[in-house]
Design a protein around this ligand. Structure first.
Ligand SMILES: [Zn+2]
Length: 162
């Protein structure tokens, strides 16, 4: 008789049988759907505008945070804007949404699009931080083949001045 069994304890074993891939879809609701259709079908970026305070939200929201007013007016913003903040990521990591490694270096950027009061997080196609600063103008670059996701904007690029 094994020692563990004589003491009343039973060893529990773990068997690893590999990885499981679980594809799934999710419904993004009427507001995000309107936003994504604008990107896919018109190459335009639509935001919602509060009827009470006039704030313009991108990504679009249904209800204004400070006013609690329902927003039903859609306005076009961008495609240019200014960098509100950015970070150049050099440390390798795994995308939690895909489980795949993220190619680095990459620059994540928050853009305040022309006509908007909030920022949109996306990617900038410049990774040399000596060439990037807050307040610089950037432009959304759309993919040729668009599917109705945030990735229909391939990235933002710096707008050359002059
Ligand atoms: Zn408001």
């Amino acid at each position: 008789m094994a020692k563990a069994e004589s003491s009343g304890k039973v060893e529990l074993c773990m068997v690893s049988s590999g990885e499981t891939e679980v594809p799934y879809d999710w419904h993004c609701g009427p507001y995000w759907s309107r936003f994504f259709r604008g990107l896919r079908d018109e190459r335009k970026i639509y935001a919602t505008k509060c009827p009470s305070c006039g704030r313009v939200y991108i990504p679009p929201r249904e209800v204004c945070g400070p006013c609690f007013a329902k927003m039903e007016e859609w306005v076009e913003v961008g495609p240019e804007g200014i960098i509100e903040m950015f970070t150049v990521v050099r440390h390798a990591y795994t995308n939690p949404s895909t489980g795949r490694p993220v190619r680095t270096p990459r620059t994540d950027v928050y853009v305040k699009l022309d006509g908007a009061d909030t920022t949109l997080m996306h990617r900038l196609n410049e990774t040399d931080e000596s060439k990037i600063s807050v307040g610089m103008r950037v432009r959304a670059i759309f993919r040729e083949k668009r599917t109705g996701t945030i990735h229909d904007i391939e990235h933002f690029q710096l707008v050359k001045s002059g």
